[in-house]
Every structure is written in C-alpha cells, then in structure tokens.
Write a protein that binds this ligand. Structure first.
Ligand code: UDP
Length: 236
C-alpha cells in the first residue's frame, strides 16, 4: 500500500492518504503531550508500542463483535485503517476511581466500582474537551440517539473484553478513553487507538502505574512502563 500526501498531523499520530479513498495510513509518533498540549515530551519507542498494542486489541475486538477501523499493520509504526469521520466525542469508561474523576468528586484514587461508569466529553481542544451528556451531544448534533446507543453498546463490549484480557496478564484496567468514527457507508466503528496513552493500567499486585500518568506526573521510568505492558501482552 502506497503512502500519499499527509492529510493530518495530530499530537501522537500522522495520517496519510492512499490510492484508495476509503483507506488511510496512520503513522504513530513518539511525541507525548498532556494537559491539553501544555506539557510536551517524547517517550522513546512509544509509537511502536502504541501501534502494536492498539492493533492487537482491535483485531481481538473485531472477533468479539465490535466493528473497528483496523485493516492491516504495515510496519512497526504504520497501520492501514478505514477512513472515517471521527465523532467529536471522547468516550471514557472507569472501573476504578482516578484522574479527573477523583479530582472532580473529591475522592481518592483506587476505589473499585461495582459497575463501570461511562461519560462523554466534547472533543474540542479550544474548549478543553468539556464534559457533556448524551442530550447535549444530540442537541449539538455531534451524534444521533441511534449512534449514541451504538457507541454505548460497543464501549461496554470494549470494556468487558479489555478488562478481562488485561486481568489475565496481571493488569487492572482503571479507565480508558476511546473514539468512534463513521465510515463512508455510514457504519459506526471503533477508531483512534487503545494504548497506555489512552488507558490507565495498574499492576494488579503492586498497583504500579504502567501508563501515561508516569509522564503526566513526572514519575520516571515512562519508557519502562510502556515496554512492560508490551512484554506482558506480546512477549516483546
Ligand atoms: N484520556 C485520554 N485523552 C484525553 C483525556 C483522557 O486518553 O484527552 C484517558 C486517560 O488516559 C485516562 C482516561 O481517559 O485513561 C480518563 O481520563 P481522565 O478523565 O481521568 O482525565 P485526566 O486525569 O487524564 O486528565
């Protein structure tokens, strides 16, 4: 598959056109940002790990019945995916309190919930990705009710799968953010990525953080944490 012109450059990925108008190539970078781009840095090898982990999970999610944008991994950092229009919604699931949840509601991190929570934020950097509910999303025409229902259904399927898969390799899935897109023929598919950039992953025994919080909070051993997830996942 040939890489044509660059269509877009985001914080962690570049997107290129291909000869097929329905297919684009995603190229994962080592650049890391946090706090809406205020904190910038590099995590050596992150692009390779995020590309491989995301593809690994997307392949299995497809098998589990969640449609995804994934087509084919092309190299360590590059993957062919279906071209989609991203729904401007960040969908966040939480199994354990952490991050903005702990801050907003004044609770400690690490409270295990009886059931997962779901929330949406409006994907808009200028506004700082504000929280919104489904009514707001429909009012703003970010999605239809049908799309929201499908997004919720797929999101809980993703949580069920990821949570139990990660538990099998000694990792607690604390929370994560996913995004969905719409293909040219109107299908809603899981898009973007599933990686230590977008999930909070804690070692089930030591509760050591194996995710981007190490970068956000200047905890050190950031590369080691990403590598550890990769090693447990794929033996690499
Ligand atoms: N998250 C993300 N991108 C964002 C915001 C959040 O991938 O722009 C992920 C984050 O890594 C965590 C989950 O979503 O796994 C919940 O994040 P939270 O709302 O607690 O926000 P944070 O504390 O990261 O600002």
């Amino acid at each position: 598959m040939k890489k044509l012109e660059q269509l877009y450059e985001g914080k962690a990925k570049k997107v290129f056109a291909t000869e097929d108008p329905n297919v684009v190539i995603v190229d994962y970078k080592d650049d890391a940002t946090a706090f809406n781009g205020l904190k910038k840095g590099t995590i050596a090898g992150k692009g390779v790990i995020n590309n491989k982990m995301s593809n690994f999970m997307m392949r299995r999610l497809e098998e589990a019945g969640v449609p995804t944008h994934y087509i084919e991994q092309l190299s360590d950092r590059e993957t062919a995916v279906k071209k989609v229009t991203i729904l401007p919604l960040e969908v966040i699931v939480r199994n354990i309190s952490a991050g903005s949840f702990a801050k907003h509601y004044g609770v400690k991190e690490g409270i295990v919930f009886d059931e997962p929570t779901i929330e949406f934020s409006y994907k808009n950097d200028d506004l700082g990705d504000p929280l919104l509910n489904a009514y707001h999303a429909v009012a703003l025409k970010l999605a239809t009710w049908e799309e929201i229902e499908l997004v919720k259904k797929y999101t809980f399927m993703v949580n069920d799968f990821l949570k139990s898969y990660l538990k099998g390799i000694g990792i607690d899935l604390v929370d994560f953010k996913i995004e969905f897109g719409k293909t040219a023929d109107g299908q809603i598919v899981l898009a973007d990525e599933i990686s230590p950039d977008t999930c909070r992953l804690w070692d089930e025994k030591t509760h050591e953080k194996l995710d981007k919080d190490r970068f956000r909070r200047d905890m050190g051993q950031v590369e080691d944490a990403y590598q550890e997830v990769m090693r447990r996942l794929m033996g690499e």
